[in-house]
Design a protein around this ligand. Structure first.
Ligand code: FES
Length: 202
């Protein structure tokens, strides 16, 4: 389970770039009058993308002002969800799923590989400051377990060898190929399907 760590070093100010402000205003407009606060998650996500993949406290205050809601409510949302990073992460941020299906297929080994190659603790930068990792709950790709997410891509059907190779590549600033590492397309059966072979029954 990951622990939310709020960075001790915080920028004093934050505001959206003009393009992000326009995107945010369009999102807010989609909500009925009086329900604009419901845009908080989308705005936090935009703030994270603008700020090198983490959300400073100043951004939460800025969003609270934009949505005319108490700062503490924005803080509650940002600290609850694991997809929001509250301290600097690497250019490559790895999320290792350790929920039951991934765990029984070897997720603990992936965690050990992250500890060995990136940093001993979660939410810490690697020595070259390029990479960080965190344990997360189910990422919805259980049928391709064990898996990990790196930035916006999924790396699936992993084993120790493939996971270590991927991590070494990103530490060298290379972009490994996302998808299944057992050659499957999405979650198709391996070695052809054994059921519903007659297409009339499919
Ligand atoms: S349990 Fe790992 S993706 Fe669902």
């Amino acid at each position: 389970m990951s622990l939310k760590k709020i960075s001790k070093e915080q920028p004093e100010n934050f505001k959206f770039h003009s393009k992000n402000l326009e995107i945010s205003e369009n999102i807010v407009k989609k909500y009925p009058e009086g329900k604009q606060q419901s845009a908080v998650m989308a705005l936090l996500y935009i703030a994270q993308r603008q700020n090198d993949n983490w959300i400073p406290l100043a951004a939460m205050k800025y969003i609270a002002n934009l949505l005319k809601m108490p700062y503490i409510k924005v803080y509650e949302v940002a600290t609850f969800y694991t997809m929001y990073n509250l301290s600097p992460v690497g250019k490559y941020h790895i999320q290792v799923c350790t929920t039951t299906p991934c765990m029984i297929r070897g997720a603990n080994e992936l965690v050990k590989i992250c500890k060995k190659n990136i940093s001993k603790n979660q939410n810490e930068l690697s020595k070259n400051k390029n990479c960080s990792w965190v344990e997360v709950e189910c990422l919805g790709a259980c049928i391709n377990a064990p898996m990990m997410q790196i930035n916006n891509d999924y790396y699936e059907d992993l084993d120790n060898e493939s996971a270590e190779k991927i991590i070494k590549q990103i530490l060298e600033n290379k972009s490994p190929k996302p998808g299944s590492y057992r050659g499957r397309k999405n979650s198709e059966p391996e070695n052809n399907r054994k059921t519903l072979i007659n297409l009339n029954d499919a």
